[in-house]
Design a protein around this ligand. Sequence first.
Ligand code: GRF
Length: 210
Amino acid sequence: MKKLRLGVLASGGGTNLQAIIDRCADNSISAEIAIVICNNPDAGALDRAEKAGIKTCCINHRDFEKRAAFDHKVVQQLQEAEVDLVVLAGFMRIVGSIFLEAFPQRVINIHPALLPAFPGLHVQQQAIDYGARFSGCTVHFVDIGVDTGPIILQATVPVLEGDSADDLAARILVEEHKLYPQAIQLFAEDRLRIEGRKVKILPAATELSP
Ligand code: GRF
């Protein structure tokens, strides 16, 4: 089976990127990272990618007057790298129509809350302040809204008494690192179908009997 070519976009430390690098390396997902693009020159994700011998590209959004010009540049790099699936892994820029038209139904994101609860930023603190007993993470297709696209997979974690936002974020990240590779593998196996606002997961292909 041809490996799925991933374009990973990241802005920060890159622990989700690392989980994907590791699962590609041990062949638990049939994918390879064709390029890692960061908008932040100091992103730890760039170091992780370079260490793994993956092509990197830093496109600083501050160098662009208009968002559209930045978006076009990123899309151009993804297309040149012949990416099949765009994976947002802590990418702190809004992905708009320029991305979605270039990669229809081919952009996914991971969010550290159980959507549709707590979209946006600082969501671990929001979950704590709200008194939620559980939070978690969501992998979803990206649409034109913020954290509104069809949900692929979710995992839950408890919110414990006295949790700080960092405590909860760390507990959620453990699940993120398992969930994102799983979702990518479902995509690689062509088992995801968007039906309206829902994602149907097709059963695994069974071995054909002789
Ligand atoms: C993760 O919590 C992810 O859900 C959110 O941004 C964070 C990125 O962390 N979108 P990392 O850079 O992968 O460590």
